[in-house]
Design a protein around this ligand. Sequence first.
Ligand code: FE2
Length: 320
Amino acid sequence: MTQIRSMSQPVPRRPGELGVHSLDQFNFVVPDLAQAEKFYSLFGLDTREENGKLALYTDGHPHRWGVVSEGQRKKFSYVSFGAFEDDMPRFRERLEKLRIDRLDPPKGFESNGLWFRDPDGILIEIRVAEKSSPNQKATFEMKGGEVAKPNAPNRSKAHTVRPRRLAHVLLFVTDITRTINFYRDTLGLRLSDRSGDLVAFMHGIHGSDHHMIAFVKSDGPGLHHLSWDVGSINDIGVGASHMAQKGFAYGWGLGRHVLGSNYFHYVRDPWGSYAEYSCDIDYIPVDTNWKDGDHPPEDSFYLWGPNPPEDFAHNFEIVK
Ligand SMILES: [Fe+2]
């Protein structure tokens, strides 16, 4: 954990360039908060009731990664990005220059951030926040077993998997190129990799995982998955097995992605989106200019793993 948070080390910052440093927080609505509390607790998150909403934390980490609200139906609501305080005037000027309408914060989420919508109507905030994205590559444990001792515990003694932090969010959008351009021009995010007009991955300029946000093409906006960082492939397996025993067997994994390189297992949540256990994702340091690529989907979706469920990219938030 200390290697992720690096509280004693200076926060990396790319000089002279304007960009958000973190995906600070997400919010979405579900019809039953008790169901959400059960799902995310089983998944290993630290869930807390705050002002009638469900706040999501990770074990031992002070940052609130997201808030789940109760409403009529499941719907992604907004995403807040964290910025350095002295960059806020320049973000304000940039939004004015781009003639982007500034909005009031949603009820119950009053803040002094800059609120606006992306081309699909997804609500975005830029707010002053501490950098919650990693300042260096997250630690990853993969060592062989020790000799002269049993290395795997009995199944009943398996540890409880506790994700360390939010890794990224993947949203449905209707136009991949338009979305890349919008998030680049407003937030200063950069494209890491894409597969044509199907999917795109974007990172922050102040030291970031390969993607802090990603987009997949759909007929409307929505939440595809929230990804949570764990420390080993064993953690992914133990977590996935635990969720299956508790009734959440539907998903995809174990596998390894090509774009981002992370190992994964996706657990389908009660609303048709996914919670991903992820580890060892590629990292883009503050002084690295990542060369983005456009990859054929059949060669870049995953390196190995089972076939994904047929409805893996179905957007259940679209109501017809
Ligand atoms: Fe992911």
